[in-house]
Design a protein around this ligand. Structure first.
Ligand code: ADP
Ligand code: MG
Length: 551
């Protein structure tokens, strides 16, 4: 009778469960798994750092609806992989991390790279378990895949000891569960839908907040229909951008602070009142605000602010219910409401504030001037990756998204160094779409070596580095003694473009904004990976904010 190795069983089980992409770094003991997954048609992307691999796996989960897989070696490999595991947990993205482990028979003996991996992965996971027999691998894989996408999505971890990977089982003794179905779409009780609409009808200054939970649930058609039917102003979270077109006339993106401060009824859809929404607290929110909250996770209801109407379940299903219920109502939010004009006034005042920076052609460029050329150059259907402090913050307002799941950024965890992982994920999932990453110079440094990876896989991604020579602000010139530089300062005008060229891609270095457009066009025309390194003025900043983003 035929025998299967643990590695072969793992590959087949992953394929059966709809896992199509794996990112990782091979070595003892996981290399056989990587070899076997390629044989069953799972695409394996060898990375240069386990952080990137796990960041990529989470992003694949978000983009595709099925978890991405990451494969890392034992001990330090798993430790490095915790970066993307924690990021997936915080962002509610499905992924499965597979960690090699030292052989069971050497447990507690001081084996090579022996580590208590299930223990250290557990805080970041919905499910973390060691596999103890080759024939049980498919059970654990189905469990991990299903757990990662059912309910609030998240990360799972499977520990694969050396002797399980190399171990064998009789083919007949292994049961492969069928592919777990797509997550059930739970609806809300009809009376709660009516209560939510009643509350909205009573509002003076209503606001809909659209988070990335709605992007994940693929509710874009329903949300757009809801906004257009009700004529309610909406605010997208950073990755909720594009669920409804950022350029939609009802978007309040350009008057975010005012909209949050003054709204008296907020419908929170697939977003959390965490630091990104200032915990829903005064003075960023109206102290009498009333909340309708739509979320798949009942534990999230009323977090930080009491929810008046809780719509627990799937975003697409529940907004669909609301649209249906609206068919029996005449009501919509009046176009001539003073709230609309207050938002419009504030939006144009805010736009005026940055206009001088947008129009400032002096060299080196400022952020807004750079985005003046970058934004219209980005194709409508591109996946936009964004990381860095000011680069990301300013890019959030200056780079509009037209479609859902079109923006990947530092997200809930505020991590840096994940951009190249997201670039890999986006290029793997969408080989037919342009992939554009706009990164700060500090951010690109974390995983810049993955430029070798994108070149090796011939991914025609376009990376822009907004290079101010520092974390936050840069410096005009470093002092002779580098120990006297501020901790935030980096090399002035570092040539990240040459890194890209070193691996076979194309690099451009722009010191005067008048040359930016031509460099961008040449990068886009190049049939391969390209990096446009844009030198910014060391003191380039953003417009003065009334409140700090994170306070
Ligand atoms: P953002 O950063 O965009 O504000 P968050 O990550 O804070 O978004 O919140 C996303 C929310 O979406 C989470 O609370 C999560 O439970 C919820 N969510 C996840 N999947 C679904 C779904 N299918 N339907 C509704 N809500 C969902
Ligand atoms: Mg910088």
């Amino acid at each position: 009778m035929a025998k299967l190795t643990g590695a072969a069983i793992m590959a087949r089980a992953l394929k059966d469960q709809g896992v199509e992409y794996m990112f990782g770094i091979v070595g003892v003991p996981v290399e056989p798994i990587a070899n076997e997954v390629q044989k069953v048609g799972i695409k394996f992307y060898g990375c240069r750092n386990e952080q990137t691999a796990t960041y990529a796996a989470g992003a694949v989960g978000y983009l595709t609806g099925r978890p991405g897989a990451a494969l890392v070696v034992s001990g330090p490999g798993v430790v490095h992989g915790l970066a993307g595991l924690s990021n997936a947990k915080e962002n509610c993205w499905p992924m499965v991390l597979i960690g090699g482990a030292s052989p069971v028979k050497q447990n507690a003996m001081g084996a090579f790279q022996e580590e208590r991996q299930v223990l250290i992965a557990t805080p970041f996971c919905k499910f973390a378990h060691a596999v103890e027999l080759p024939e049980r691998i498919p059970f654990y894989v189905e469990m991990a895949v299903r757990t990662s996408i059912y309910g609030r999505p998240g990360a799972c971890y499977l520990d694969m000891p050396d002797d399980i990977i190399l171990g064998e089982a009789e083919e007949d003794a292994v049961q492969f569960p069928t592919r777990c179905a797509e997550p059930p779409r739970m609806a809300a009780p009809e009376e709660y839908i009516q209560q939510a609409l009643d509350l909205l009808e009573s509002a003076q200054r209503p606001l809909v907040i659209v988070g990335k939970g709605m992007a994940w649930s693929r509710a874009e058609d329903e949300v757009r229909a809801f906004i257009e039917r009700t004529q309610l102003p909406f605010l997208a979270s950073p990755m909720g951008k594009g669920v409804v077109d950022d350029n939609h006339p009802l978007s309040v993106g350009a008057a975010r602070s005012l909209a949050l401060q003054e709204a008296d009824v907020i419908v929170l859809m697939g977003a959390r009142l965490n630091w990104m929404l200032h915990f829903g607290s005064v003075p960023r929110f109206n102290k009498n605000v009333r909340i309708v909250q739509l979320d798949i996770s009942p534990e999230s209801i009323s977090q930080n602010l009491p929810t008046e109407v809780a719509l627990v379940g799937d975003g697409k299903a529940i907004v669909g219910q609301m649209n249906k219920a609206l068919e029996d109502r005449q009501w919509f939010y009046p176009k001539e409401a003073p709230w609309h004009s207050a938002i419009a006034e504030k939006s144009s005042a805010n736009a005026k504030q940055v206009q001088t920076m947008i129009e400032d052609d002096s060299a080196p460029s400022n952020y807004f001037r750079a985005f003046r050329d970058i934004s219209p150059w980005i194709p409508d259907d591109a996946i936009i990756i964004s990381e860095g402090a000011k680069t990301m913050d300013i890019g959030r307002t200056q780079m509009p998204n037209k479609y859902a799941r079109q923006r990947l950024d530092a997200g809930t965890y505020g991590a840096m160094g994940l951009g190249m992982g997201f670039v890999l994920a986006a290029a793997a999932v969408h080989p037919d779409r342009p992939i554009v990453s706009v990164s700060g110079d500090s951010a690109i440094g974390f995983s810049g070596m993955e430029m070798e990876t994108v070149c090796r896989f011939k991914m025609p991604v376009k990376i822009i580095v907004l290079n101010n020579g520092g974390i936050g602000s840069g410096v005009e010139a470093l002092p002779d003694n580098p120990l006297e530089a501020l901790p935030a300062h980096l090399t002035v005008a570092a040539r990240y473009d040459k890194m890209m060229e070193a691996f076979g891609g194309k690099g451009f270095f722009v010191t005067d904004p008048k040359d930016l457009k031509a460099a961008l066009d040449a990068a886009m025309a190049f049939d391969g990976p390209a990096l446009v390194n844009v030198q910014l003025h060391h003191a380039a900043g953003k417009k003065p904010q009334q409140f700090n983003w994170y306070t």
